[in-house]
Write a protein that binds this ligand. Structure first.
Ligand SMILES: Cc1cc2nc3c(=O)[nH]c(=O)nc-3n(C[C@H](O)[C@H](O)[C@H](O)COP(=O)(O)O)c2cc1C
Length: 369
Protein backbone atom coordinates (compact mmCIF):
# COMPACT_ATOMS: atom_id res chain seq x y z
CA UNK A 1 0.00 0.00 0.00
CA UNK A 2 1.40 3.38 -0.97
CA UNK A 3 2.05 5.98 1.67
CA UNK A 4 2.41 9.67 1.03
CA UNK A 5 4.94 11.17 3.42
CA UNK A 6 6.21 14.71 3.57
CA UNK A 7 9.76 13.37 3.89
CA UNK A 8 11.97 11.04 1.92
CA UNK A 9 13.48 7.86 3.23
CA UNK A 10 16.92 9.41 3.53
CA UNK A 11 15.59 12.08 5.86
CA UNK A 12 13.76 9.40 7.82
CA UNK A 13 16.95 7.35 8.15
CA UNK A 14 18.80 10.42 9.43
CA UNK A 15 16.14 11.17 12.01
CA UNK A 16 16.06 7.53 13.14
CA UNK A 17 19.86 7.68 13.38
CA UNK A 18 19.48 10.30 16.12
CA UNK A 19 18.25 7.46 18.31
CA UNK A 20 21.50 5.78 19.31
CA UNK A 21 21.52 2.00 19.75
CA UNK A 22 23.79 -0.88 20.52
CA UNK A 23 24.66 -3.36 17.79
CA UNK A 24 23.68 -7.01 17.79
CA UNK A 25 24.23 -9.99 15.57
CA UNK A 26 21.21 -12.29 15.60
CA UNK A 27 22.22 -15.90 14.99
CA UNK A 28 20.25 -19.05 14.32
CA UNK A 29 20.51 -22.44 12.59
CA UNK A 30 18.78 -23.23 9.32
CA UNK A 31 16.93 -26.49 8.66
CA UNK A 32 20.15 -28.22 7.71
CA UNK A 33 21.85 -27.10 10.91
CA UNK A 34 23.97 -24.43 9.15
CA UNK A 35 24.58 -21.23 11.14
CA UNK A 36 22.99 -18.00 9.89
CA UNK A 37 23.37 -14.52 11.24
CA UNK A 38 22.84 -10.87 10.52
CA UNK A 39 23.73 -7.56 12.09
CA UNK A 40 20.71 -5.82 13.60
CA UNK A 41 20.21 -2.71 15.66
CA UNK A 42 16.42 -3.01 15.73
CA UNK A 43 16.75 -5.07 18.90
CA UNK A 44 14.78 -3.78 21.88
CA UNK A 45 13.63 -4.95 25.28
CA UNK A 46 9.90 -5.50 25.67
CA UNK A 47 8.97 -7.14 28.96
CA UNK A 48 10.76 -8.17 32.15
CA UNK A 49 8.13 -10.62 33.38
CA UNK A 50 7.81 -12.64 31.28
CA UNK A 51 11.21 -11.77 29.75
CA UNK A 52 10.51 -10.70 26.18
CA UNK A 53 12.58 -8.94 23.55
CA UNK A 54 12.02 -8.02 19.91
CA UNK A 55 13.95 -7.31 16.76
CA UNK A 56 12.84 -6.73 13.21
CA UNK A 57 14.11 -8.05 9.95
CA UNK A 58 13.78 -6.76 6.41
CA UNK A 59 11.53 -8.91 4.24
CA UNK A 60 14.14 -8.68 1.52
CA UNK A 61 17.03 -10.01 3.63
CA UNK A 62 18.23 -13.26 2.05
CA UNK A 63 18.22 -14.87 5.49
CA UNK A 64 14.63 -13.86 6.19
CA UNK A 65 13.08 -17.22 5.23
CA UNK A 66 15.44 -18.92 7.69
CA UNK A 67 14.56 -16.62 10.60
CA UNK A 68 10.85 -16.81 9.79
CA UNK A 69 11.03 -20.55 10.34
CA UNK A 70 13.61 -20.79 13.07
CA UNK A 71 12.38 -21.72 16.53
CA UNK A 72 15.36 -20.26 18.32
CA UNK A 73 17.73 -17.35 17.88
CA UNK A 74 20.51 -15.73 19.89
CA UNK A 75 20.97 -11.98 20.32
CA UNK A 76 24.72 -11.40 20.46
CA UNK A 77 25.28 -7.88 21.84
CA UNK A 78 28.55 -6.77 20.27
CA UNK A 79 31.46 -5.31 22.22
CA UNK A 80 33.20 -2.12 21.12
CA UNK A 81 36.11 -4.02 19.54
CA UNK A 82 33.77 -6.01 17.26
CA UNK A 83 33.19 -3.52 14.44
CA UNK A 84 34.68 -6.08 12.09
CA UNK A 85 32.11 -8.66 13.26
CA UNK A 86 29.31 -6.14 12.74
CA UNK A 87 30.47 -5.37 9.20
CA UNK A 88 30.96 -9.03 8.38
CA UNK A 89 27.39 -9.95 9.39
CA UNK A 90 25.92 -6.93 7.62
CA UNK A 91 27.09 -8.21 4.24
CA UNK A 92 25.33 -10.90 2.32
CA UNK A 93 27.94 -13.63 2.07
CA UNK A 94 27.98 -17.38 1.76
CA UNK A 95 29.92 -18.09 4.91
CA UNK A 96 29.90 -15.27 7.40
CA UNK A 97 31.00 -17.65 10.14
CA UNK A 98 34.31 -18.65 8.56
CA UNK A 99 37.04 -17.76 11.05
CA UNK A 100 34.50 -16.42 13.55
CA UNK A 101 34.85 -18.05 16.97
CA UNK A 102 31.54 -19.37 18.29
CA UNK A 103 30.25 -21.87 20.82
CA UNK A 104 26.93 -23.71 20.71
CA UNK A 105 24.12 -22.51 22.95
CA UNK A 106 20.60 -23.87 23.53
CA UNK A 107 19.46 -25.92 20.54
CA UNK A 108 22.97 -25.61 19.12
CA UNK A 109 22.46 -21.97 18.04
CA UNK A 110 25.90 -20.32 17.91
CA UNK A 111 26.98 -17.68 20.41
CA UNK A 112 29.65 -15.40 18.98
CA UNK A 113 32.70 -15.18 21.25
CA UNK A 114 33.92 -11.87 22.61
CA UNK A 115 30.54 -10.17 22.91
CA UNK A 116 29.34 -7.83 25.61
CA UNK A 117 26.29 -10.01 26.40
CA UNK A 118 24.03 -12.74 24.99
CA UNK A 119 20.30 -13.49 25.11
CA UNK A 120 19.24 -16.98 24.04
CA UNK A 121 15.65 -16.78 22.85
CA UNK A 122 12.70 -18.78 21.60
CA UNK A 123 10.66 -17.11 18.87
CA UNK A 124 7.13 -16.91 20.25
CA UNK A 125 5.49 -14.58 17.77
CA UNK A 126 6.04 -12.46 14.70
CA UNK A 127 4.19 -9.44 13.39
CA UNK A 128 4.10 -7.78 9.98
CA UNK A 129 5.67 -4.33 10.09
CA UNK A 130 5.67 -2.77 6.64
CA UNK A 131 8.80 -3.89 4.82
CA UNK A 132 9.99 -5.64 8.00
CA UNK A 133 8.76 -8.45 10.22
CA UNK A 134 8.93 -7.99 13.98
CA UNK A 135 10.07 -11.07 15.88
CA UNK A 136 9.09 -11.43 19.51
CA UNK A 137 11.39 -13.68 21.54
CA UNK A 138 11.12 -15.16 24.99
CA UNK A 139 14.46 -15.11 26.77
CA UNK A 140 15.60 -18.48 28.10
CA UNK A 141 19.18 -17.78 29.10
CA UNK A 142 21.35 -14.72 29.49
CA UNK A 143 25.03 -14.00 30.00
CA UNK A 144 27.04 -10.85 30.29
CA UNK A 145 30.73 -9.92 30.28
CA UNK A 146 32.39 -6.70 31.38
CA UNK A 147 33.12 -5.74 27.77
CA UNK A 148 31.94 -2.30 26.73
CA UNK A 149 29.16 -2.40 24.14
CA UNK A 150 29.55 -1.18 20.60
CA UNK A 151 27.29 1.78 19.83
CA UNK A 152 25.67 2.87 16.59
CA UNK A 153 24.19 6.29 15.88
CA UNK A 154 24.04 8.88 13.14
CA UNK A 155 25.03 6.19 10.64
CA UNK A 156 28.35 5.39 12.29
CA UNK A 157 29.94 3.32 15.00
CA UNK A 158 30.48 5.03 18.35
CA UNK A 159 31.89 4.09 21.73
CA UNK A 160 29.99 4.60 24.95
CA UNK A 161 31.48 6.75 27.66
CA UNK A 162 29.98 7.99 30.89
CA UNK A 163 28.45 11.41 30.54
CA UNK A 164 31.01 14.07 31.41
CA UNK A 165 28.52 16.20 33.19
CA UNK A 166 27.78 13.88 36.05
CA UNK A 167 27.50 16.24 38.94
CA UNK A 168 29.57 19.09 37.50
CA UNK A 169 26.48 21.25 37.68
CA UNK A 170 25.84 20.45 41.31
CA UNK A 171 28.69 22.25 42.95
CA UNK A 172 31.57 19.77 42.52
CA UNK A 173 34.94 21.27 43.33
CA UNK A 174 36.35 23.80 40.88
CA UNK A 175 39.19 21.49 39.95
CA UNK A 176 36.89 18.55 39.15
CA UNK A 177 34.69 20.90 37.16
CA UNK A 178 37.72 22.00 35.18
CA UNK A 179 38.83 18.44 34.46
CA UNK A 180 35.35 17.68 33.20
CA UNK A 181 35.33 20.84 31.16
CA UNK A 182 38.60 19.87 29.48
CA UNK A 183 37.32 16.39 28.70
CA UNK A 184 34.08 17.72 27.28
CA UNK A 185 35.77 20.47 25.33
CA UNK A 186 38.42 18.17 23.89
CA UNK A 187 35.73 16.24 22.08
CA UNK A 188 33.87 19.34 21.03
CA UNK A 189 37.11 20.75 19.64
CA UNK A 190 37.66 17.72 17.41
CA UNK A 191 34.21 18.12 15.91
CA UNK A 192 34.50 21.86 15.51
CA UNK A 193 37.86 21.53 13.83
CA UNK A 194 36.42 18.94 11.41
CA UNK A 195 33.61 21.35 10.63
CA UNK A 196 35.61 24.56 10.30
CA UNK A 197 38.99 23.25 9.20
CA UNK A 198 40.81 25.86 11.26
CA UNK A 199 43.47 25.47 13.93
CA UNK A 200 41.81 25.45 17.33
CA UNK A 201 43.30 25.52 20.80
CA UNK A 202 41.98 24.89 24.26
CA UNK A 203 43.36 27.17 26.95
CA UNK A 204 43.19 26.80 30.73
CA UNK A 205 44.47 29.05 33.47
CA UNK A 206 47.49 27.12 34.72
CA UNK A 207 49.91 27.92 37.52
CA UNK A 208 52.10 29.77 34.99
CA UNK A 209 49.16 31.61 33.46
CA UNK A 210 47.28 30.94 30.19
CA UNK A 211 48.25 27.45 29.02
CA UNK A 212 47.23 25.59 25.88
CA UNK A 213 46.33 22.02 26.83
CA UNK A 214 45.07 20.91 23.45
CA UNK A 215 45.45 21.75 19.78
CA UNK A 216 43.36 20.58 16.86
CA UNK A 217 45.06 21.48 13.66
CA UNK A 218 43.53 22.41 10.34
CA UNK A 219 44.39 20.58 7.13
CA UNK A 220 46.76 23.48 6.48
CA UNK A 221 48.27 23.97 9.92
CA UNK A 222 49.34 27.50 10.66
CA UNK A 223 52.60 26.09 11.97
CA UNK A 224 54.17 22.74 12.70
CA UNK A 225 55.12 24.14 16.06
CA UNK A 226 51.80 23.81 17.88
CA UNK A 227 53.01 22.86 21.32
CA UNK A 228 50.80 21.37 24.00
CA UNK A 229 51.58 22.96 27.33
CA UNK A 230 52.46 26.24 25.65
CA UNK A 231 52.30 29.06 28.19
CA UNK A 232 51.06 32.28 26.66
CA UNK A 233 51.41 35.89 27.69
CA UNK A 234 48.29 37.37 29.27
CA UNK A 235 48.28 40.73 27.54
CA UNK A 236 49.44 39.92 24.04
CA UNK A 237 47.69 36.64 23.28
CA UNK A 238 44.00 36.17 22.51
CA UNK A 239 43.77 33.34 25.05
CA UNK A 240 45.50 35.44 27.71
CA UNK A 241 43.29 38.46 27.12
CA UNK A 242 40.19 36.29 27.43
CA UNK A 243 41.31 35.14 30.87
CA UNK A 244 42.27 38.71 31.78
CA UNK A 245 38.80 39.85 30.82
CA UNK A 246 36.79 37.21 32.64
CA UNK A 247 38.84 35.79 35.50
CA UNK A 248 38.76 37.53 38.89
CA UNK A 249 41.33 40.28 39.08
CA UNK A 250 43.28 38.53 41.90
CA UNK A 251 44.09 35.61 39.65
CA UNK A 252 45.51 37.59 36.77
CA UNK A 253 46.98 40.67 38.48
CA UNK A 254 50.45 39.27 39.27
CA UNK A 255 50.88 38.13 35.66
CA UNK A 256 49.53 41.37 34.23
CA UNK A 257 51.84 43.46 36.42
CA UNK A 258 54.87 41.37 35.56
CA UNK A 259 54.16 41.69 31.85
CA UNK A 260 53.57 45.42 32.02
CA UNK A 261 56.90 45.80 33.80
CA UNK A 262 59.10 43.32 31.95
CA UNK A 263 57.57 42.10 28.75
CA UNK A 264 58.75 44.16 25.81
CA UNK A 265 55.56 43.57 23.85
CA UNK A 266 53.35 44.71 26.72
CA UNK A 267 55.51 47.46 28.15
CA UNK A 268 53.96 50.19 26.06
CA UNK A 269 50.46 49.40 27.31
CA UNK A 270 48.68 51.89 29.46
CA UNK A 271 46.72 50.47 32.43
CA UNK A 272 43.62 52.56 31.72
CA UNK A 273 43.63 51.61 28.05
CA UNK A 274 43.96 48.00 29.06
CA UNK A 275 40.89 48.23 31.30
CA UNK A 276 38.98 49.71 28.42
CA UNK A 277 40.12 46.96 26.12
CA UNK A 278 39.04 44.28 28.61
CA UNK A 279 35.64 45.94 29.13
CA UNK A 280 35.19 45.91 25.37
CA UNK A 281 36.11 42.20 25.27
CA UNK A 282 33.49 41.44 27.94
CA UNK A 283 30.87 43.45 26.09
CA UNK A 284 31.45 41.65 22.78
CA UNK A 285 32.13 38.24 24.31
CA UNK A 286 35.23 37.68 22.19
CA UNK A 287 38.90 38.62 21.92
CA UNK A 288 40.10 39.40 18.43
CA UNK A 289 43.79 39.82 17.78
CA UNK A 290 44.45 40.72 14.19
CA UNK A 291 47.89 40.48 12.64
CA UNK A 292 50.10 40.10 15.68
CA UNK A 293 53.82 39.54 15.30
CA UNK A 294 54.17 38.58 18.96
CA UNK A 295 54.44 34.91 17.99
CA UNK A 296 56.59 35.23 14.88
CA UNK A 297 59.39 33.38 16.70
CA UNK A 298 57.09 30.49 17.44
CA UNK A 299 54.99 30.22 14.31
CA UNK A 300 57.30 31.87 11.83
CA UNK A 301 54.61 34.22 10.58
CA UNK A 302 52.24 36.97 11.57
CA UNK A 303 49.05 35.43 12.89
CA UNK A 304 45.56 36.43 13.84
CA UNK A 305 43.61 34.84 16.65
CA UNK A 306 40.28 34.93 18.40
CA UNK A 307 39.28 33.54 21.76
CA UNK A 308 35.95 32.99 23.49
CA UNK A 309 35.29 31.99 27.10
CA UNK A 310 33.62 28.87 28.48
CA UNK A 311 31.99 29.21 31.90
CA UNK A 312 31.16 26.62 34.55
CA UNK A 313 28.17 26.24 36.85
CA UNK A 314 29.53 28.85 39.26
CA UNK A 315 29.82 31.38 36.45
CA UNK A 316 33.63 31.25 36.50
CA UNK A 317 35.58 31.11 33.26
CA UNK A 318 37.12 27.62 32.96
CA UNK A 319 38.36 27.46 29.41
CA UNK A 320 39.26 29.59 26.44
CA UNK A 321 38.43 28.34 22.96
CA UNK A 322 40.94 29.88 20.66
CA UNK A 323 41.51 29.84 16.94
CA UNK A 324 44.72 30.96 15.30
CA UNK A 325 45.56 31.28 11.67
CA UNK A 326 47.46 33.04 9.01
CA UNK A 327 46.39 36.70 9.03
CA UNK A 328 45.79 36.69 5.27
CA UNK A 329 43.23 33.96 5.34
CA UNK A 330 41.67 33.83 8.81
CA UNK A 331 38.19 35.34 8.62
CA UNK A 332 37.32 36.78 12.02
CA UNK A 333 34.23 38.62 10.77
CA UNK A 334 31.30 38.62 13.17
CA UNK A 335 28.88 36.97 10.75
CA UNK A 336 31.48 34.44 9.58
CA UNK A 337 31.48 30.69 10.07
CA UNK A 338 34.55 30.72 12.27
CA UNK A 339 33.44 33.27 14.86
CA UNK A 340 29.89 31.90 14.74
CA UNK A 341 31.16 28.35 15.24
CA UNK A 342 33.44 29.34 18.13
CA UNK A 343 30.71 31.27 19.89
CA UNK A 344 28.23 28.46 19.41
CA UNK A 345 30.66 25.82 20.65
CA UNK A 346 31.59 27.86 23.75
CA UNK A 347 27.93 28.55 24.53
CA UNK A 348 27.04 24.85 24.20
CA UNK A 349 29.95 23.83 26.44
CA UNK A 350 29.03 26.45 29.05
CA UNK A 351 25.47 25.26 28.98
CA UNK A 352 26.53 21.63 29.40
CA UNK A 353 28.77 22.60 32.30
CA UNK A 354 25.78 24.09 34.05
CA UNK A 355 26.42 27.79 33.43
CA UNK A 356 23.04 29.46 33.63
CA UNK A 357 23.81 31.77 30.78
CA UNK A 358 26.99 33.11 29.35
CA UNK A 359 25.57 36.61 29.45
CA UNK A 360 24.85 36.26 33.16
CA UNK A 361 28.39 35.05 33.59
CA UNK A 362 29.60 38.22 31.89
CA UNK A 363 27.36 40.41 34.00
CA UNK A 364 28.45 38.85 37.26
CA UNK A 365 31.95 40.17 36.66
CA UNK A 366 33.05 41.80 39.84
CA UNK A 367 36.40 43.02 38.72
CA UNK A 368 35.03 45.78 36.57
CA UNK A 369 36.58 49.00 37.76
C1 LIG B 1 24.38 -1.34 12.32
C2 LIG B 1 23.47 -2.16 11.43
C3 LIG B 1 22.21 -2.47 11.86
C4 LIG B 1 21.33 -3.25 11.07
N1 LIG B 1 20.12 -3.56 11.55
C5 LIG B 1 19.29 -4.34 10.82
C6 LIG B 1 18.02 -4.75 11.34
O1 LIG B 1 17.65 -4.40 12.45
N2 LIG B 1 17.24 -5.55 10.58
C7 LIG B 1 17.61 -5.96 9.31
O2 LIG B 1 16.86 -6.66 8.66
N3 LIG B 1 18.83 -5.59 8.80
C8 LIG B 1 19.68 -4.80 9.51
N4 LIG B 1 20.90 -4.46 9.02
C9 LIG B 1 21.28 -4.91 7.68
C10 LIG B 1 21.65 -6.41 7.64
O3 LIG B 1 22.67 -6.68 8.58
C11 LIG B 1 22.13 -6.79 6.24
O4 LIG B 1 21.09 -6.53 5.33
C12 LIG B 1 22.55 -8.25 6.14
O5 LIG B 1 23.21 -8.45 4.93
C13 LIG B 1 21.41 -9.22 6.20
O6 LIG B 1 21.96 -10.51 6.28
P1 LIG B 1 21.67 -11.61 5.11
O7 LIG B 1 22.15 -10.98 3.83
O8 LIG B 1 22.45 -12.81 5.51
O9 LIG B 1 20.20 -11.85 5.13
C14 LIG B 1 21.76 -3.69 9.79
C15 LIG B 1 23.05 -3.38 9.36
C16 LIG B 1 23.90 -2.61 10.17
C17 LIG B 1 25.29 -2.29 9.70
Amino acid sequence: MGHEAAFDSRALRQVLGAFVTGVTVITTLDRDGRPQGLTANSFSSVSLDPPLILWSQSLTAPSHPVFREAERFVVNILADDQVEVSNRFARGSADKFAGCATRPGLGGVPLIEGCSAWLECRRIDSFPGGDHVVFLGQVDRIERTGRQPLVFGGGRYLVAQPHDLGDAASGAGANIARLKAVRLATRALVELSDELDETLGLGVWGNKGPTIVRWEEASQPVSDNLRTGLVLPVLTSATGLAFAAWLPREATAPFVEAELAHDAAARGLDAAELEQQLAQVRATGIVRLVGTDAFADLYGTSISAASVPVFDASGAMVLALTTIGNTQRLDLGEGGRLVGGLRQCAATLSHRLGARSTVAANDSQENDP
